[in-house]
Write a new protein. Structure first.
Length: 441
C-alpha cells in the first residue's frame, strides 16, 4: 500500500492511500474459504456450492469489508508514525468516479493541522493587575452585618428607622420577581427610604429602579437583573412587604468572637476588623487573579495571529456527536467554539515554551487542597490525612473528575505564568472600583 500526504496549505492536507489487490486478496480468499461450508445457493446442498458461485454471491461484500479493515488499520498506524498534531479527525473525501472494481483503489482523507505560530507572553499591553483593598467603610459594614446576623430579631408591626424589610420586587414587563431583605439605608435617596416608613405587612411600595441605589450594580443582587440591563434602567417596581424586623445588635464581646472564629482566636474589636480585612482581601485577590487570567487570555487571543483549518473543522463538526449537524448548525457551533479552540492552542504553546508539565503529583496536590477547602466550608477544619486521601483517591478514580481537575491545574499554572511574564501594571483599588473595572466601566 502506498500512503502519502499532499499539502493544501499550512493547516490543511489530504492523506492519499492507494490500495492494490496484494493488500487484501489473501484475506478475502481466506474469508471465502471459511464461507464455503456455510454458503447456501438455490439448487445446491449446503456446503456443496462451487467456489465461483460463492465468490459471485459473497465476494464483493467480503472484499469491501476487508479493504475497509486494511485502510482503517493502515490509516491509524500512519497517523501514529507521523505524529501529526491534528485538529479533529480525518474525513473521507467523496469521489464520484470511485469503483470497487478498479485494480487500484484510491482513498483520500482530509485532515486539519494545528497551526505553527509564535507566542510572546511579554508583549507590551495595557493589562492591569488589581490589588483590591478593604476600606474602612466595607469593614464597618461587615462588623454591622455580623452584629445583625447574631443579634436578636424583633418583629415590628410598622416600618421604622433601623428596620429590615423583607418582601418581593415585581415588574412583570421586565420579568422581575425577586425576594429581598433590605435595610432602609441601602437606598441612595433619603426620600425613597421615607416611602417605607409607617408601612405595614402586605402594603405595597412602588419605586423606580433609576438611581435607586448608590451603585446600579446592586440591582443585580437585589432584583436579580442581568448586568447588561442595569444601566439606565428606569422602570417602576412594586415591593410587597412580607415581614418587618428590627434587630437588637449582638454585643461585640469575647463570646461572639469565640463563636465566630474559635476560642481565643480573636480578643478585641481591632482584631476582628483586622481579620475581616484579611479575609476580604484574600477573597478579593482570588477575584483579581481571575480577572487577570481573563484579561491576559483575551489579549493573547486578540494579538496572537494564526490560521485555523476552519472549513475543515466546520465539516468535521457535522459528523461528530450523537446528533448530526446541518452546515448552518456547524457554522454556528464553530463560531461559538473558535475562541476556546484558539486559547487551547495558545495555552498548550505557553506551557510547552515554559517547559511546564502537568503530572500526577500536581493533580493530586491540587485535588487535596481543593478537598480540604471544601471540607472547611462545611465545618470540618481538621480532617485526618487518611480521610482526605480517601476522598482524593475516589475523585481521581473518576475520569471526568480527572479531566476537570486537570483543566483547573492548567488554569492555575497559566495564571502563575501570566503573573510572571505578562508585565501587567499593578493598581491598588477599592472593591467598588474593582467591580467598575471588571465590567468595563
Amino acid at each position: 500500500m502506498d500512503i502519502k500526504r499532499v499539502a493544501i496549505d499550512a493547516v490543511n492536507e489530504v492523506i492519499v492511500m492507494t490500495v492494490t489487490p496484494m493488500d487484501y486478496k489473501g484475506q478475502v480468499q481466506k474469508r471465502i474459504n471459511e464461507k464455503m461450508p456455510l454458503a447456501t445457493v438455490k439448487g445446491f446442498r449446503k456446503g456443496a456450492v462451487p467456489k465461483d458461485l460463492v465468490e459471485k454471491q459473497y465476494g464483493k461484500g467480503i472484499k469491501i469489508e476487508e479493504i475497509n479493515k486494511v485502510i482503517e488499520l493502515a490509516l491509524s498506524r500512519y497517523l501514529q508514525s507521523e505524529r501529526l498534531n491534528m485538529l479533529g479527525s480525518p474525513l473521507p473525501k467523496i469521489n464520484g468516479n470511485f469503483s470497487w472494481d478498479d485494480a487500484e483503489l484510491v482513498f483520500e482523507y482530509e485532515i486539519g493541522l494545528a497551526p505553527e505560530f509564535e507566542l510572546n507572553l511579554e508583549a507590551e499591553n495595557d493589562i492591569v493587575k488589581y490589588v483590591v483593598k478593604a476600606d474602612t467603610k466595607l469593614i464597618e459594614e461587615q462588623v454591622q452585618r455580623i452584629q445583625k446576623q447574631f443579634g436578636k430579631a424583633i418583629p415590628h408591626t410598622v416600618v421604622a428607622e433601623n428596620c429590615d424589610v423583607t418582601g418581593t420586587f415585581i415588574n412583570e414587563e421586565k420579568g422581575i420577581n425577586a425576594k429581598a431583605t433590605l435595610s432602609l439605608t441601602i437606598f441612595k435617596d433619603r426620600k425613597t427610604a421615607e416611602l417605607f416608613l409607617g408601612k405595614k405587612v402586605d402594603d405595597v411600595v412602588t419605586v423606580n429602579t433609576q438611581g435607586l441605589f448608590e451603585d446600579d450594580h446592586q440591582l443585580m443582587d437585589v432584583m436579580k437583573i442581568g448586568h447588561d440591563d442595569v444601566h439606565e434602567l428606569a422602570v417602576e417596581v412594586a415591593f410587597t412587604i412580607e415581614a418587618i424586623n428590627g434587630t437588637e445588635l449582638a454585643e461585640l464581646n469575647q463570646e461572639l468572637f469565640d463563636k465566630l472564629f474559635g476560642e481565643g482566636k480573636i480578643a478585641s474589636l481591632d482584631e476582628l476588623k483586622a481579620k475581616i480585612k484579611m479575609d476580604a482581601e484574600n477573597q478579593f485577590a482570588q477575584q483579581s487573579d481571575q480577572k487577570l487570567l481573563a484579561d491576559v487570555t483575551n489579549f493573547l487571543i486578540d494579538n496572537t495571529k494564526f490560521e485555523l483549518p476552519s472549513e475543515f473543522l466546520k465539516k468535521w463538526l457535522q459528523t461528530v456527536g450523537d446528533k448530526k449537524l446541518s452546515p448552518a448548525e456547524a457554522e454556528a457551533e464553530y463560531a461559538r467554539s473558535e475562541k476556546g479552540l484558539r486559547f487551547q492552542l495558545i495555552e498548550g504553546k505557553a506551557l510547552a515554551q515554559s517547559n511546564i508539565q502537568i503530572n500526577f503529583e500536581d493533580l493530586k496536590a491540587f485535588t487535596t487542597n481543593a478537598i480540604r477547602q471544601q471540607m472547611a466550608q462545611y465545618g470540618q477544619t481538621n480532617p485526618t490525612d487518611q480521610e482526605v486521601e480517601s476522598i482524593v483517591a475516589r475523585v481521581l478514580s473518576n475520569q471526568d473528575e480527572v479531566r476537570r481537575m486537570s483543566e483547573q491545574v492548567a488554569s492555575d499554572k497559566m495564571l502563575q505564568l501570566f503573573k510572571e511574564k505578562a508585565n501587567a501594571k499593578t493598581k491598588e483599588v477599592s472593591y467598588q472600583e474593582f467591580i467598575a473595572a471588571s465590567y468595563g466601566e
